[in-house]
Ligand binder design. Structure first.
Ligand SMILES: Cc1ncc(COP(=O)(O)O)c(C=O)c1O
Length: 377
């Protein structure tokens, strides 16, 4: 399908220069239809709507599973990654000798915060430093895994440099030492082709409001099917029971990843997110990535020709979806550009984060850099 036909499905693209899908993907027009369906069906069916909603959740699991390369029933939904991560942490005994958790210095803060809040239970959080503030090489994790390591936390894409962590050898090394691994794919799902079955990760977590164009509230956790039966999350609820509507007195977790879904599900978020997941599946992540790299080339050329510092790996295969560039005064640009309806974002220690998705035009990069030239003059 031609670029203009894709663009027509995303209303914000009609009047903006949208280079911020690494932070908030453009909302598809179809999301409004689905949210309307959500209301209309609920208004008509009342309490009986649960009979529609339960299979709807399973359909959503299947759709997302196709994007991630994992079976649908290995996927749990929740409002955000923070909650899902606490669900995972609640499966471990932090008073045991094996209570170390390794995590990347440059990882997204919400995961670090939850490691800190678990220190009182005995969890020992070990930060794996980055030598250059951009990369987090696999060997630095592999060398640190020992017999006391319970869990390794990895960001597949680093939010503040866009460097990719080579997760597969780390997972293999962790398993050899009896440790588990959780990979956060929030920064890469929808732009980098994933086959998480092939990784063999114990847990994969992420959300829908970036490259998946699905909005907030539809985060997901994949649990390796072989591991699932042995996991007993302490963050629990009645909708995670094997037989929800039996209202049994005793805990009896579902066989599937639903055992991580606690209480009543956030249905509107799933209705909205479905439009984004379908858009990604229509095009296919294998087709999205080359276009994303074409735009990245243009960003790199424009930044380097102006002498801006690039705080991302230069090699495509080491970099995720966005390119991070910095210069004096970069921290002031985001709101100034927003007034011109040019969207990107800024992060401390990183600079401006800029990216193109399947709906982006190379000329948008030129518009951005021309605006930066004016604002810096
Ligand atoms: C790598 C990563 N993990 C997690 C999150 C968000 O966490 P939560 O879903 O708890 O808001 C983000 C950003 O929004 C992120 O970039």
């Amino acid at each position: 399908m031609a670029l203009e036909a894709h663009r027509a499905k995303f209303p914000i693209l009609a009047d903006s220069t949208y280079l911020v899908s690494h932070s908030m993907g453009a909302v598809p027009a179809k999301a409004a239809n689905y949210l309307h369906d959500y209301h209309a069906q609920w208004a008509h069916e009342g309490i009986a709507i649960w009979e529609r909603w339960m299979p709807f959740v399973e359909e959503c699991q299947g759709l997302l599973g196709r994007i991630l390369g994992a079976p649908g029933d290995s996927i749990a939904f929740h409002q955000n990654v923070s909650t899902l991560f606490v669900g995972v942490l609640s499966c471990f005994d932090w008073s045991a000798k094996r209570n170390k958790v390794l995590y990347p210095e440059l990882g997204f803060p919400t995961l670090k915060y939850n490691l800190q809040t678990h220190a009182a239970l005995g969890l020992r959080a070990i930060e794996i430093p980055s030598a250059d503030g951009i990369h987090q090489p696999a060997e630095t994790f592999i060398n640190a895994i020992d017999d006391e390591t319970a869990l390794v936390v990895l960001d597949h894409g680093i939010y503040r440099s866009s460097a990719l962590i080579d997760v597969k050898p780390i997972i293999a090394a962790a398993h050899q030492k009896g440790a588990k691994v959780i990979v956060d794919v929030y920064q890469t799902a929808g732009v980098i082709p994933l086959n998480i079955d092939d990784w063999g990760a114990d847990f994969v977590v992420g959300g829908s409001h970036k490259w998946l164009c699905g909005g907030p509230g539809a985060s997901f956790l994949h649990i390796h099917p072989d591991l699932l039966p042995s996991l007993h999350p302490k963050l629990f609820g009645w909708m995670a029971q094997a037989d929800i509507f039996r209202f049994a007195d005793k805990v009896d977790p579902a066989d599937s990843a639903r055992r991580f879904m606690t209480g009543s599900f956030g249905m509107p978020a799933l209705y909205a997110a479905r439009a984004g997941w379908e858009a990604i599946l229509d095009i296919g992540v294998h087709a999205i990535r080359p276009h994303n790299l074409l735009i990245a080339e243009r960003i790199l050329e424009a930044a380097q020709s102006r002498g801006f510092r690039v705080n991302s790996p230069l090699k495509h295969e080491l970099r995720g979806g966005q390119v991070c560039v910095d210069f004096e005064g970069a921290e002031r640009m985001e709101p100034l550009l927003q007034r011109r309806r040019i969207f990107l974002d800024h992060r401390p220690g990183c600079g401006l984060r800029i990216s193109g998705h399947f709906y982006s035009k190379p000329e948008e990069v030129d518009e951005l850099f021309e605006a930066l030239d004016e604002l810096r003059a």
